[in-house]
Write a protein that binds this ligand. Sequence first.
Ligand code: NAP
Length: 302
Amino acid sequence: MTSHSEPRLAVVVVGASRGIGRAIAKVAARERNVVVLVARSAEGLAAAAVDVQKAGGEAFTLELDLLAADAPAHLEAFLTANDLVCGVLVNSAGYGLRGAATLLPVKDQIGIIDLNIRALTDMTLRFLPGMLARGRGGVINLGSVAGLIPGPYMALYYASKGFVHSFSDALHQEACRFGVTVTCVAPGPVSTEFLERSGANRAALFKILPKLDAEYVAERAWSGFKSGRRRVVPGISAKLITLVAAFLPTAAILPLIGRLQRRSKDPCPCGSGRNLKECCGSAPRHGASCRNSASRRDEGHL
Ligand SMILES: NC(=O)c1ccc[n+]([C@@H]2O[C@H](COP(=O)([O-])OP(=O)(O)OC[C@H]3O[C@@H](n4cnc5c(N)ncnc54)[C@H](OP(=O)(O)O)[C@@H]3O)[C@@H](O)[C@H]2O)c1
């Protein structure tokens, strides 16, 4: 029998103020769950809380910047203070940046590691032991098809998602024996603010690929998680990309992704101050050398 003082189980959605996280919160709320919405934007959280209530759930909101090292501890304290425990954790907070890794601000790129990797890892390892002890619940981690391959001109983002895939798969294997699921969701492009904020939408790759709705991804993520699946790949194009990534050698994929993610208007990493088109010729092709760095190379390697 459940006593009144026993903490209630909550679905904790990190990155819930918009996009895929907000859509997953809404789907979880349909099952009358307590949903804890976490992100930085008070406005976005308030709107997400209305969604949750309308869908039949009970909403709590927590404004938190996950880039702060002590943020996961704050989240845990918030749950305790509200007599809640994390029954399901959804790690949807994440960002990416398009551009040459040597030109993008280092601090912002380290931030990708801090949010997409460190915070996700901290929260997963913080809440998973309780789930194992209860023998139910689990974690939904937002990966991406970008986690399957290296991504020139979005190097940190792709690498961070590679981590999410490997970490989630391994934990799933450890946890599934206890009735706990760790699901990694790996969509292709989704119509959210992520594409604009990361600058990805200006690259040819993201113009070519069809975009999924966040609501569709959320439905697939939640139903896949509930059926105990280790990996959810929503949509046909993401499934095709997954196949291609499995069969094409990295040596073939790298130049292709590089070509589709850089733009001739991008600054040239050689430091000339000119753009790629001016430095590297009419169209920055694979294998085409930057004139500036090539002339410097003629002077010797060091
Ligand atoms: N959209 C795509 O094409 C796509 C494709 C594959 C995978 N994904 C992955 O799916 C996840 C969700 O992406 P999305 O498309 O929903 O992106 P989004 O619309 O930009 O939403 C990102 C969410 O993360 C939160 N967030 C960002 N920085 C944060 C911080 N420092 N502290 C706390 N919360 C923070 C944002 O809220 P605040 O700004 O209010 O803090 C927002 O709620 C990400 O991990 C992304 O990598 C996206």
